[in-house]
Design a protein around this ligand. Sequence first.
Ligand SMILES: Nc1nc2c(ncn2[C@@H]2O[C@H](COP(=O)(O)OP(=O)(O)OP(=O)(O)O)[C@@H](O)[C@H]2O)c(=O)[nH]1
Ligand SMILES: [Zn+2]
Length: 219
Amino acid sequence: MARKRTFQGTKRTKTSETINNATILIMNLEPEYREGLDQLAAHYKEVLALLGEDPTREGLEKTPMRVAKAMQVLTRGYTQDARKVLTDALFEEKYNQMVIVKDIDFFSMCEHHMLPFFGKVHVAYIPNGYITGLSKIARVVDIFSHRLQVQERMTQQIKDCIQDTLKPLGVMVVVEAKHLCMQMRGVEKQNSVTTTSDFSGAFNQAKTREEFMNLIRPK
Ligand SMILES: Nc1nc2c(ncn2[C@@H]2O[C@H](COP(=O)(O)OP(=O)(O)OP(=O)(O)O)[C@@H](O)[C@H]2O)c(=O)[nH]1
Ligand SMILES: [Zn+2]
């Protein structure tokens, strides 16, 4: 039976249990899953068999559904609107110096191998009458990284989203990442880090980019 639930984040339902006269509130942190979950699990069951495993053995019995749920979480960005996250949290403010949110951790999956790539995103923007909540920048990173990606496109999408909604004097995004498809398989290089960047407006000036790069450089 298909589950008609859309993934919007974590579903918090409260139940309570009494142990030694103390009532303990239990938060169920099970996320809500999207349509297609059961079909996805059925396909993963076939994948297990094709890989030479016995999907009916005890340890693997629940694995297809676990993987299906994990994959829906890792691709939840398809159902989330990054632009709305920012437009819902615009605050009028005269501040027009650089705002930097650095070291935003992210995990994504490369669209070629569906293996993780992960690292940090650094974002800077120069407001033009409006600022946004700092957490919203991290939420935008979260939404674009929870899709099948290439690092270059993810970098550009984060930049475009901030540019189109906040309309700042400029925005710059730098992404540093390690790709498991280069570490675990293929060329098997363990220490290479890929850096991508994209910028607009005031960041076309080398000295503005330099100021940002100096501020995000590890001390
Ligand atoms: N530009 C870019 N390339 C990526 C990214 N993630 C993975 N790749 C690369 O995508 C390429 C896919 O190349 P193919 O030759 O089609 O695939 P492949 O035979 O599995 O390549 P190898 O990884 O070299 O074994 C590889 O070079 C990967 O390193 C990314 O985010 N950006
Ligand atoms: Zn890859």
